[in-house]
Design a protein around this ligand. Structure first.
Ligand code: GLN
Length: 228
């Protein structure tokens, strides 16, 4: 949080400086939309704020307008599909356009299914943004939820405590996809340019490194945009 004294306590010049500083600080913290239909959106917001991002809940189509990046949390694909149908397919098409325009988008668990280009044995809708194939509910009901330490070199030497909840598996990825973490013989975290996916839920751990990594992606996309 910014702590700036009330303007009445400042000289005119000081007030102007404080305003400039405040604008700079706000400019440095990109506004990241978090799709807030279901799931752990509040935890994602908290995690983003912990690492210095600003979060905005996306609940209506108009909320996509002001954001500089997007997180699609976990949940049930059937729910987001209903939301999309209620808006004549605009939810998937807006996410698709934003992703193709270079916006940084991070999909957790269900979010990774939304960003995929193929869902195995399913005709459910996806945006096709990322060259990955996913298998829904791949661990089955008997192992619906578990935690395991993943080796994620990009996040440092310390293993990452990854929590999987009725998770999908990324079973295939094109050559343009950078594989950041594996679990058994499948992919648990991957990146393709401005797009990031994890099949696990970093928002419900204390470890903020995945959100930190995403924020760095958001910042570098913003710099790329500014540079033209
Ligand atoms: N099982 C969900 C689906 O396939 C995804 C699970 C999650 O996001 N936690 O829609």
């Amino acid at each position: 949080m910014l702590s700036i004294p009330p303007l009445s306590q400042l000289t005119k010049a000081g007030a102007a400086d404080a305003q400039i500083q405040s604008n700079d600080a706000l400019r440095q913290a990109p506004l990241i939309g978090v799709l807030a239909l279901q799931g752990d959106f509040a935890e994602h917001e908290e995690a983003l704020e912990r690492v210095g991002g600003r979060a905005k809940q996306v609940r209506h189509l108009r909320d996509f307008d002001a954001i500089e990046a997007l997180i699609i949390p976990g949940g049930e694909t059937t729910t987001i599909n209903k939301f999309d149908q209620a808006h004549d397919g605009k939810v998937f098409s807006i996410i698709g356009e934003l992703g193709r325009s270079g916006m940084a988008i991070y999909g957790t668990c269900m979010g990774s299914i939304i960003l995929a280009s193929h869902i195995q044995s399913s005709n459910q809708k996806c945006t096709g943004l990322m060259d990955i194939t996913v298998r829904r509910n791949a661990y089955g009901p008997q192992r619906a939820s578990f935690e395991t330490a993943l080796d994620i070199k990009e996040l440092g030497e310390q293993p990452y405590p990854a929590i999987f909840i009725r998770a999908p598996q990324i079973v295939d990825a094109g050559s343009g996809v950078q594989i950041l973490a594996r679990i058994n013989d499948t992919i648990a975290m991957a990146r393709q340019g401005n797009l990031l996916v994890t099949t696990f839920h970093p928002e419900i751990t204390e470890d903020s490194r995945v959100h930190q990594y995403f924020l760095a992606m958001v910042r570098s996309q913003a710099m790329r945009k500014a540079a033209g």
